[in-house]
Design a protein around this ligand. Structure first.
Ligand code: SF4
Length: 446
């Protein structure tokens, strides 16, 4: 899909440019040394753009220092400020970095004031050559929009279009857009609607793709690959972020794979495919487990999401970590990957569905360890949607349709949510997983 070209520091997104790989630090931005070190590692791992959270005005200064230290080392990767709940911070950050991400759902409570503040932000961006990402998330749609359109892909598209209209009214086009959701179906539909609307309107802004709160491990990778590849295969998407609840360095190889594959520099290792009565039998000769998993997710994610297929059987071989060739035909591993793929495409749920944020400078506890423990203790709760979120500021709003949520409050305390309602507050961290599982089990027993 042809888009306008947007300049972000020394980079250009959209137009005829390739698919850029980006990620986000999970350090505290106020810890300048740790943030510089992580940015350096992410850059060396291949990140082409790096985002850091800016929870307070004081941290705008930290951001300036981080960016300057990287420039002094000759690292010219564009730096992005991630701003929630404060238009003032967004305006201040716009003179410090190459791009500011705002969330329309929480830019300003009052819509009219939001318009005025956005115009101020645009002025500063014009003055400094800064780009803006209108970064809308399914979980944080404002009430004004959901009252009108429900919590739907259409609502996401409509909400973003209001902000893109504000950009054009202010004659500002240095803009990238995202419409992320943890639910791959909602995410893909929202981006498709937006792409069609922008084409109809005649100005197509570049799109940043991502499945938000995808979790970690194989499931996080498969879910991300399913959603992102479905869109890239249709020519929708100009930059990708794979959000994993892991070290952000781990996100880069997955994002790079997606960029290479849909930039036509990489082909699937599938060697044959038979389809009969909605069931595909796919044979692979994959050089590694990771490659098998990503090829499989990209080859079949879109077809499952779009209900072109109902089932996929995985056959063939892959090379394991010790260099041995493993046979997939009828194996437990092939069945597991097929189950994970069906769940990522929301066609069959064989275990609980997890929503977990990747963590950022707002996270106040060991998110990855906690998430792994929650998964272990709730593995039998098939059908439940369980969220593990890093902070109380953004976590509850971003949990979208979770049945239960574990939300870090800071200071060693946790809030437990049932749907959108906090049912327990200030639970000590070492008791919180036990309380969460007790609550779910007693609700199931009712
Ligand atoms: S929910 Fe997670 S990723 Fe989002 S702001 Fe909070 S800690 Fe950061």
């Amino acid at each position: 899909m042809e888009t306008i070209e947007v300049k972000i520091g020394n980079l250009a997104i959209g137009g005829r440019n390739g698919i850029l790989v980006q990620t986000m630090c999970n350090t505290h931005t106020s810890d300048v040394d740790a943030s510089i070190a992580q940015c350096r590692r992410l850059y060396e791992a291949g990140a082409e753009m790096i985002r850091l959270t800016v929870p307070s005005l004081e941290q705008v200064e930290s951001l300036r220092r981080i960016r300057q230290a990287l420039r002094d080392e000759g690292i010219d990767v564009p730096i992005v400020a991630d701003v929630h709940f404060s238009s003032e911070i967004a305006i201040a950050a716009a003179s410090a970095v190459e791009k500011v991400r705002i969330n329309p759902g929480n830019f300003h409570k009052d819509h009219e004031k939001a318009r005025a503040q956005f115009a101020k932000l645009v002025e500063v961006c014009k003055e400094h050559g800064t780009a803006i990402r209108i970064g809308l998330n399914h979980g944080s749609l404002g009430e004004r929009i959901t009252n009108k359109y429900g919590n739907t892909p259409l609502a996401m598209k409509e909400a973003v279009m209001e902000w893109l209209d504000m950009c054009t009214e202010n004659n500002f086009y240095n803009v990238v857009v995202s419409l992320k959701a943890s639910n791959t179906y909602i995410m893909v539909e929202a981006y498709r609607l937006l792409a069609a609307q922008m084409q109809a309107n005649g100005t197509v802004f570049p799109l940043h793709l991502g499945v938000t709160e995808a979790g970690n491990g194989d499931s996080g990778r498969i879910k991300s690959a399913v959603g992102i590849s479905a869109l890239l295969s249709e020519g929708i998407g100009n930059t990708v972020r794979v959000s994993l609840t892991e070290d952000p360095e781990n996100e880069i190889p997955v994002a790079r794979y997606l960029s290479d594959r849909y930039g036509r520099r990489l082909h699937s290792t599938m060697t044959s495919l038979k389809i009969e009565n909605g069931c595909a039998t796919a044979t692979y000769m994959a050089p590694s487990k990771e490659r098998l998993m990503l090829d499989f997710a990209c080859d079949f994610g879109k077809r499952l999401l779009d209900k072109e297929l109902d089932e996929v059987i995985l056959c063939g071989t892959y090379v394991d970590e010790d260099g041995r060739t493993q046979n997939l035909d009828g194996s437990e591993y092939a069945a597991y990957l097929a189950d994970e793929l069906m769940q990522a495409a929301r066609r069959r749920f064989y275990r609980p569905e997890y929503i977990a944020c990747p963590g950022c400078g707002r996270t106040m506890y060991n998110l990855e360890k906690t998430f792994n423990e929650v998964k272990q203790r709730t593995a039998h709760m098939k059908g439940m949607v369980i969220a593990v979120m890093g902070c109380i500021v953004n976590g509850p709003g971003e949990m979208a349709d979770a049945d239960w949520g574990y939300v870090g409050e800071g200071n060693g305390k946790v809030s437990i949510y049932k749907g959108r309602t906090p049912v327990l507050r200030h639970v000590p961290e070492d008791e919180a997983i036990g309380k969460l599982t007790e609550l779910i089990e007693s609700a199931q027993a009712e």
